[in-house]
Design a binder for this molecule. Structure first.
Ligand code: GDP
Ligand code: MG
Length: 396
């Protein structure tokens, strides 16, 4: 068929971020590094990043006209295929930018949705993603891509599976209604299924994306889940029965959280997140080797609050201790110590002292401290079980 993009070569992308008081310059580089990771996960090549210091984004084109010129020249010279913004753009900003630059423009939300679409495995996850994609798309349709028809099939234009997403307004409206209806039916089935699981304590793995949740799930349940160094490898919730000692419980692994996940997107994955919402105990997995792990912790806590799951008993699992790099400080360097100037033991002590949730340090990959984790988990699950089913003494 003519007019379709032939997907032989990966698309070349440039990334744009804006720094302001909410996003200081020191953070924006980390944010764009994460965006680059997302771009690679989606299958494109991040070629360059542009950062502009701007207190209020330009209402027409998000970035200022000078920066836009610079970007345009680079796009032409380097034959760039897509421009990706770290922030959510309004429908009109998106349209204006596509007009000005003559190539496809994506924002962070669109990119994340695209990755979700590629990663969704079950019919259920696909339905959720498709709904989220169409709800994102509908207000942005006017004029969008009409001048870019030949690039159909690229990032941001792919639905779940092989399907290309629909761009006809009327068809989309009908689709949204059908998808919602379909999801409601599945939801009812799943709620019934969850109720039928019986008297087992339910534990849920939560955490930022790529911290090692699936690896830990595999370790605890001796299963073989998909874990790789890409964002959002897991989109569907997986539930396994785990037995520690003589104590059985259910462990679920699900989609990771990430900063700037728009509220309506979180909403679309409501059913996937029900697993978390209905859990008795959360294992909050943290990648201690990531320089921004503290911010990742707050993003997760914030998201948990959004889905009303913040007040559950929680065990914080600091993972990837094997990859933690300690940078000793020079004795005559008087600047305050940063967290990387702490040894793992010091870091552990300071977290144990200030964290009100219990925590443990492990390496899921190298299975370090796994026994201690199992013992701790056993105690916490057992306590919940005893409280819930006081007459259930066959267990002990
Ligand atoms: P998820 O997105 O939270 O489910 O993370 P995954 O379990 O898919 O792991 C993401 C990446 O981190 C994979 O490449 C894992 O091999 C790696 N990983 C997981 N646990 C550890 C660990 O303890 N140490 C190191 N160095 N890497 C780990
Ligand atoms: Mg995973």
């Amino acid at each position: 068929m003519g007019g379709y993009r032939i997907n032989t070569e990966p698309e070349k992308a440039i990334l744009i971020g804006v720094s302001n008081d909410n996003q200081p310059y020191s953070h924006i580089e980390d944010y764009l590094a994460e965006l680059a990771f997302l771009v690679e996960t989606a299958g494109a090549i991040p070629v360059r990043t542009f950062i502009q210091r701007l207190d209020t984004p330009n209402s027409r084109t998000f970035i200022g006209s000078g920066k836009l010129d610079e970007v345009r020249q680079f796009v032409i010279r380097e034959k760039i295929d897509i421009v990706i913004f770290d922030d959510e753009l309004s429908p009109s900003q998106l349209r204006n930018l596509e007009m000005e630059l003559g190539i496809r423009v994506l924002d962070r939300t669109n990119l994340i949705l695209d990755i979700f679409a590629q990663r969704a495995k079950t019919a259920y996850a696909k339905t959720q993603v498709e709904l989220a994609q169409y709800e994102y798309l509908l207000p942005r349709l006017a004029g969008m891509w009409t001048h870019l028809e030949r690039q159909r099939g690229g990032i941001g234009l792919r639905g779940p599976g092989e399907a290309e997403i629909e761009t006809d307004r009327r068809i989309i409206r009908t689709k949204i209604a059908i998808l919602k209806d379909h999801l409601e039916k599945i939801d009812r089935q799943m709620t019934t299924q969850r109720k039928n699981r019986g008297r087992l304590v339910r534990v849920s793995l939560v955490g930022y994306t790529n911290v090692g949740k699936s690896t830990l799930m595999n370790l605890l349940s001796k299963s073989d889940l998909f874990a790789e160094n890409k964002l959002f490898a897991t989109l569907d919730a997986t539930v396994r029965k785990v037995v520690i000692g003589n104590l059985p419980f259910l462990l679920s692994d699900t989609v990771g959280f990430i900063r700037k996940l728009p509220h309506h997107l979180v909403e679309s994955f409501k059913s996937t997140l029900d697993e978390v919402r209905e859990a008795d105990l959360l294992l909050h997995v943290v990648d201690i080797s990531h320089p921004g792990f503290e911010e990742q912790i707050s993003v997760v806590n914030q998201t948990l609050q959004e889905i009303h799951a913040a007040d559950k008993p929680t065990l914080v699992v600091f993972n990837k201790t094997d990859a933690y790099s300690y940078v000793p400080k020079d004795e005559d360097d008087l600047s305050p110590r940063q967290k990387e100037n702490l040894t793992l033991e010091e870091l552990q002590k300071s977290w144990m002292a200030r964290n009100n949730a219990p925590c443990i340090f492990i390496s899921a990959l190298l299975k370090q401290n796994a026994e201690a984790l199992r013992r701790l988990l056993y105690d916490m699950v057992r306590e919940i079980h005893i409280t819930r089913y006081p007459y259930d003494n066959f267990l002990y």
